[in-house]
Design a protein around this ligand. Structure first.
Ligand code: SF4
Ligand code: SF4
Length: 439
């Protein structure tokens, strides 16, 4: 696919330089030792029909890139879809892609970009202008797919300025497909919709060729219905949040601090701490049973779960360094194993209440204060799972919450009672606040 054919020695040199220059993790096993003993680095082993777009897409694709060397390595190893958006790193994610694209065959790479608006798009002229600016940053004449970024209700799917601009750009050959991404709605301020109702509306609308959604073993009930509907309409699917797992440990530190200060925990904290200790014991037994010592096995099992579904055409991954490139690409083409199933079932049973599925929104609908539970837990996901601390904190700050978190302490926990998955929203919210406000 690449203009400069993949060259292992060149890649190793780049990898080493990248490690020194950018402080990235080492290139792992294949970069060590002499060239004769170097193993072939993992690369993409499976390509899939990408809906009716006419493109064959790699099963793993690149989430908004933040590093040129890592992006080059991915393209050299067969990744052929790059996701980005005007808001990522203030346009610098698109600029990185633009610089790297110059060394590759543009026609073999699918660029997915996005335009964001909170309520409605500005007039068509401005949508066009923002699209041309994205192309300038990307140093390309066309964008394969332009998406509405994070649609928060189904009204935005009908936005005339957006669609009229996209129609013109398609006629000009500057945009080839139109899409939408969604994390559920912003119920706290608006209508009562959720991830599935918004995306089902997008599918019904008929103007969207590509849909980007969260899909993982924990939200399969919601996401797989959407994937099946996309399949019937020939809509291409991109997957985010394929690994929802993080183990939260918010209590130990707080309890220790209180003990050091000679204080007692309040009833709220004590009740959760007791539940947490029980959960920890159950989880410990589960981890010991499957010999799981770190998150790695879970991450692999979670990835294989998504890769095993042919209706999930490509899985985005935010590759942070060369170790991740190796670790994730070695999973390309793999399918769920019997052991993976046991691991994921065990995880759901013992720790399912620590994962917000993001987007179903029962919690927010039940909150008397319209606390944006879904968004806060999503930003905490960016912080805790994706390790994008700055991005998570900036997004959290932009919520301008003027409701004190103490509201949750005096509340009956309506959000928890309403959550169809029994997610422990209150301690998760406490953890999120601790992370996102750095308290
Ligand atoms: S807390 Fe529960 S209801 Fe709310 S978004 Fe998460 S999984 Fe859905
Ligand atoms: S604990 Fe109560 S106030 Fe806090 S988010 Fe849940 S329902 Fe709302």
């Amino acid at each position: 696919m690449e203009a400069s054919k993949f060259n292992r020695r060149k890649f190793i040199t780049r990898t080493t330089l990248g490690t020194l220059g950018a402080g990235l993790a080492s290139a792992g096993s294949f970069a060590a030792g002499n060239a004769d003993t170097i193993k072939e680095p993992p690369s993409i082993r499976e390509y899939r029909k990408f809906g009716d777009t006419g493109f064959l897409v790699s099963d793993f694709s690149c989430g908004a890139p933040g590093n040129e060397a890592v992006l080059r390595a991915l393209l050299e190893r067969g990744v052929n879809l790059i996701d980005t958006g005007e808001t990522y790193m203030n346009g610098n994610s698109e600029r990185i892609i633009g610089r790297v694209l110059q060394d590759f065959d543009r026609s073999k790479i699918f660029i997915n970009s996005k335009l964001y608006t909170e309520k409605e798009f500005p007039p068509k002229k401005e949508v066009l202008e923002r699209s041309y600016q994205a192309m300038e940053r990307l140093q390309t004449d066309y964008i394969d797919c332009m998406q509405i970024h994070s649609a928060e209700d189904s009204r935005i799917l009908k936005d005339e300025a957006f669609h009229s601009a996209m129609e013109q750009l398609k006629k000009e050959g500057r945009v080839r497909h139109v899409g939408v991404s969604c994390h559920g709605n912003n119920w706290a301020y608006d209508t009562e919709e959720s991830l599935d109702t918004i995306l089902m509306s997008a599918i019904e609308d008929g103007r969207f060729d590509v849909i980007l959604l969260a899909y993982n073993f924990a939200n399969a009930g919601i996401a797989e219905k959407i994937l099946e509907a996309c399949d019937k309409r020939g809509i291409a699917t991109m997957i985010m949040k394929s690994n929802p797992v993080h183990i939260f440990n918010i209590f130990e530190g707080r309890m220790t601090k209180l003990a050091d200060e000679g204080k007692e925990a309040d009833a709220f904290l004590q009740a959760y701490y007791d539940k947490y200790k029980l959960m920890e014991e159950q989880a410990g037994t589960f981890f010991a049973k499957y010999g799981i010592s770190a998150g790695g096995d879970l991450k692999k099992a979670a990835s294989r779960y998504v890769l095993s579904n042919p209706l999930a055409h490509t899985t985005l991954w935010d590759f942070q360094n060369f170790d991740e490139v190796d670790n994730m690409l070695q999973l390309s083409g793999q399918k769920l194993t019997a052991n993976d199933k046991s691991v994921l079932n065990g995880f759901s049973k013992h720790l399912g209440h620590t994962i917000c599925r993001i987007g179903c929104n029962d919690c927010e609908a039940a909150c008397p204060h319209h606390f944006p539970v879904n968004k806060i837990l999503r930003y905490n996901y960016y912080f805790s799972v994706k390790k994008q601390e700055k991005r998570a904190m900036t997004k959290y700050a932009s919520l301008n919450l003027n409701k004190p978190p103490e509201l949750c302490l005096d509340c009956e926990g309506y959000c928890e009672q309403a959550c169809r998955y029994g997610v422990w929203t209150r301690p998760l919210l406490a953890a999120a606040r601790k992370n996102l406000e750095m308290i």
